[in-house]
Design a protein around this ligand. Structure first.
Ligand code: ADP
Ligand code: MG
Length: 373
């Protein structure tokens, strides 16, 4: 008997339905392009539409982030996928099959919630044992899996601790370990780093990235944190009011936002719809020209013109504020009624401007993006 077959014979009949062999995986891969698919999914709570007509496909092994402000429907979308909520309309498919009739405990997904949701009365080791027990892994086989996973998340010395005896970052690593230990093909993360302070958050972002590289789980992460989304994801879906606003790679979303909402939500945006900035409202109705702060150059008022000056828009303004942000300098520059943001890397010996200085700003016309309202 192969080891996969042995493992499967260990499982209860109900759980056997969700155990998959490598061969089955390969047939799924070739016949089904998306591992997860939302088809026109709507969720109503009374008269409130939490999610409206959501259609979305996630590839096997992809790290997809749903990004949006509070109340935009992110958690609702994830809870429907996990089987804790049912869609009012539409369907969700996993590996090509509707999961409408599949209860949450049979969906074979690892889940990490924002508030960790560890079992408070169980040790770390027992927390990790639980999913293995649920999957019907025999007691004799569990210990080595648990030890390996504890080492992997750098908690080998903490197996006998209770969750309350761990720091926030350690608890979150236990939650990740618990989600991964039974080897589910899908990992769902809801604001996984929301409760951690900044340094720890950055460290855990690295940890999540390396776990994804190593285990290759199809991952859906939900967050309102743009930096987290940009750092972790193969693809980002921006949600607004229960609908998808735009979906693309992090680079493309940042560089070519389609709407004003996306431009503002992912980073800072200078809107140029003002005659003194080269645009009139009537130039292109329904759209707003935008330039990212790092695409704007700042120079002394009478600095020599640049060789590509004819491809640039040039304005003059007055510095109101200069903020050091580590290796970056950020300026707020008043140009008539507008306050433009300029961000630049600080090079050694580079000229600095202060409040009250008159400066010249310029940017390439090719770097301007037209956003829809
Ligand atoms: P997010 O996770 O993006 O912050 P949610 O999915 O939690 O957003 O919520 C989306 C919308 O649905 C919000 O308006 C919220 O108030 C509403 N909502 C979520 N869950 C429920 C519920 N159980 N009952 C009623 N309304 C809900
Ligand atoms: Mg939420």
């Amino acid at each position: 008997m192969s080891s996969a077959a042995m493992l499967r014979s260990d499982l209860t009949p109900a759980l056997r339905l969700v155990a998959r062999t490598t061969a089955e995986d390969q047939t799924l891969q070739s016949s089904v392009p998306a591992q997860i698919e939302f088809r026109n999914v709507t969720k109503m709570y009374g008269l409130i539409a939490a999610v409206t007509e959501l259609s979305l496909s996630v590839r096997r092994g992809e790290f997809l982030t749903i990004l949006g402000p509070s109340g935009s429907g992110k958690t609702t979308a994830l809870m429907m996928l996990a089987g804790f909520e049912a869609p009012t309309k539409g369907d969700i498919l996993i590996a090509g099959k509707s999961v409408a009739a599949v209860p949450s405990y049979r969906r074979d997904q690892g889940i990490v919630f924002q508030n960790y949701a560890l079992f408070p009365h169980l040790t770390v080791r027992r927390n990790l044992e639980f999913p293995l027990e649920m999957r019907g892994v025999k007691a004799s086989g569990r210990a080595s899996l648990i030890e390996r996973m504890l080492r992997r998340v750098h908690l080998d010395a903490f197996g006998e601790r209770m969750p309350s005896q761990l720091s926030g970052g350690q608890q979150q690593r236990v939650a990740l370990a618990r989600a991964l230990i039974a080897d589910p093909p899908i990992l769902l993360l809801d604001e996984p780093l929301g409760a951690l302070d900044r340094n720890l958050r950055e460290q855990m972002q690295g940890e999540i990235k390396s776990l994804h590289r190593e285990f290759g789980k199809t991952t859906i992460c939900v967050t309102h944190d743009q930096e987290e989304a940009l750092t972790l994801s193969d693809r980002i879906v921006v949600m607004r009011g229960g609908r998808i606003e735009q979906s693309d790679t992090p680079e493309a979303l940042y560089d070519r936002p389609a709407t004003r909402f996306v431009a503002n939500f992912l980073g800072e945006a200078n809107l140029l719809n003002n005659p003194q900035l080269g645009f009139k409202k009537s130039d292109s109705p329904g759209t707003v020209p935008m330039i990212r702060p790092e695409r704007v150059r700042i120079a002394a008022k009478h600095a020599a013109p640049l060789p590509d000056q004819d491809q640039r828009q040039v304005v003059s303004g007055t510095v109101e504020e200069m903020i050091y942000a580590g290796p970056l300098r950020k300026y707020q520059v008043r140009v008539g009624d507008d306050l433009l943001i300029v961000r630049e890397h600080v090079a050694f010996g580079q000229e600095t401007f202060g409040p009250g200085d008159t400066v010249r700003l310029d940017w390439l016309r090719a770097d301007i993006r037209l956003l829809s309202e």
